[in-house]
Structures are given as C-alpha cells and as structure tokens.
Design a protein around this ligand. Structure first.
Ligand SMILES: CC(C)(COP(=O)(O)OP(=O)(O)OC[C@H]1O[C@@H](n2cnc3c(N)ncnc32)[C@H](O)[C@@H]1OP(=O)(O)O)[C@@H](O)C(=O)NCCC(=O)NCCS
Length: 224
C-alpha cells in the first residue's frame, strides 16, 4: 500500500504495531489516548488547521503557511497558560486530533477548552467526546482547576453533543454573532465545574502512596 508523506511522519497505523510502547503518552482512555504535542507532527497539525471544512465550526478559516504553523507550535508549547494534547486513536496509534486548555489561571483555577478531531474519517465515532472527557480529567484532577469553559457555535451539533456528554452545561449565549449558511447563529457558552465531574482515569493516578504495612507508621505531623 502506498503511504502519504503524512502517514510516514506519523509512523505505522496498524493495531499490531508497538507504537504505543514507544510513544510519549499522558492519559490512556478506552478508545483514545492523549499525549504531548510533537514537533514532527507540525505538518499534520498544519494540514488539519488548513481544512476549511474542519475550521468552519472552530474559527475564521484562513490559510496557514508552514512558517506560521511552526511559529504557532513554538508559542503554544512554551506558554505556561496553555496545555495542548495530541489525540491518538488507541487501535492504530494514529494522531487524529488535538485538544487544548487555554488561559489557564492557577489563581482563579479556571481555563478555556478547545478541540479539533482533524481527521474527517475519525469524526462521529465518539473520539471527540472521549478526548473532551480526558482533557477535563487533566484539568480537574492533575491541575486542580475548578471551572473550565468553552464557546461553540449554535449550529455545531457534534460539538454541543460531545461537550454535553463529557460534562459541560450551557450557561449563556452571545446572540446572532456567527454567520453560516446565510444565517446568524448564537455562540453558546458552556462550562463544567470540578465538583460536577467524576474522574474517569486520573483519579486512580493522583493518589497518595499507600503506607507499607511492614514499616512503622509515621504520623503526618512528624513528617518532614
Ligand atoms: C466537534 C468535534 C470535536 C466532535 O467530535 P466527534 O468525534 O466528531 O464527536 P463524537 O463522535 O464524540 O459525537 C458526539 C455526539 O455528537 C453526535 N454527532 C456527531 N456528528 C454529528 C452531526 N454531524 N450532527 C449531529 N450530531 C452529531 C454524535 O452522534 C454523538 O452523540 P451521541 O453519542 O448521542 O450519538 C469534531 O466533530 C470536530 O473536530 N469538528 C470540527 C472542529 C470543531 O468543530 N471543533 C470544535 C469547535 S467548538
């Protein structure tokens, strides 16, 4: 089978590959995993954000050059207020999208969420819902944030449903501010609180060590 340059960049996408053993991965869910952004995937991220059919529901679509994509990557991976993940399909370890927490504010314990499932064939399979859930898990369980919010166009049915499944609730609208198909649509605001969220994965990771029963117990107030 002929492989495209992008596929060569991404490595093998077969269920029996050992890609999962060699890839840097942060959070493993049921059907997807989240890992760090990767410099070698800049051409893939660039392809995703140049797809107007994808960006139609995300932002104002604009052509993004390789130089702009590289500058964007550098900025996005060095700012403390932004955390970005690459989304992998677990069955193949193919990179299929990206998620982000922007404007992370550790004082007010808040952030904004964003997502793209960049590979069109991988939309509508539940991956966006799970990637949203796992990114919220990171926000609440690993970063101890309290409020994560997002904005979504009223006509973005898949996004609204994916976010609701992951735990987001609508809290307001900016009316008639998004032009699509000859109509002005609302922009919907949704948020999720840590107190409304049940951790699917990281609640089993971010736990104190269990004391070894064979060693004497150290009272907490005597610990250094
Ligand atoms: C929005 C997006 C992240 C959702 O991810 P996804 O993997 O496609 O969504 P899921 O497969 O998890 O589906 C979520 C729900 O939406 C429904 N859905 C999916 N596509 C739909 C569509 N075109 N119309 C209506 N409902 C749809 C699914 O049926 C599912 O609901 P259900 O579980 O009750 O059946 C993804 O479609 C995407 O990246 N779109 C382009 C970029 C974008 O819009 N980003 C977000 C901007 S706010």
């Amino acid at each position: 089978m002929n492989r495209t340059p992008d596929e060569d960049l991404q490595g093998p996408h077969t269920a029996d590959s050992n890609a999962g053993a060699t890839r840097a991965v942060n959070i493993v869910g049921e059907r997807i995993a989240l890992g760090p952004f990767r410099r070698d995937l800049i051409p893939v991220y660039q392809r995703w954000i140049n797809d107007f059919a994808t960006m139609r529901t995300y932002d104002t679509p604009r052509p993004v050059t390789a130089e702009q994509a590289t500058a964007w990557y550098e900025e996005q991976t060095t700012k403390e207020q932004i955390t970005r993940f690459t989304v992998y399909e677990l069955a193949t370890w193919r990179p299929i999208g990206k998620t982000a927490l922007y404007d992370i504010d550790f004082h007010h314990r808040s952030a904004e969420f964003g997502i793209i499932i960049g590979e069109p064939d991988y939309r509508g399979k539940g991956y966006g819902s799970e990637a949203t859930l796992l990114t919220l898990d990171y926000a609440f369980t690993a970063l101890n944030l309290h409020n994560v919010f997002l904005t979504v166009a009223e006509f973005n049915q898949a996004g609204r449903r994916a976010y609701a499944k992951a735990g987001f609730r609508e809290f307001g609208r900016r009316r008639q501010c998004w032009m699509m198909g000859g109509h002005l649509w609302d922009e919907i605001y949704m948020d999720c609180l840590a107190t409304e969220f049940s951790s699917p994965v990281l609640g089993r990771v971010f736990v104190p060590d269990q004391a070894n029963p064979s060693t004497p117990k150290v009272p907490r107030d005597e610990e250094e």
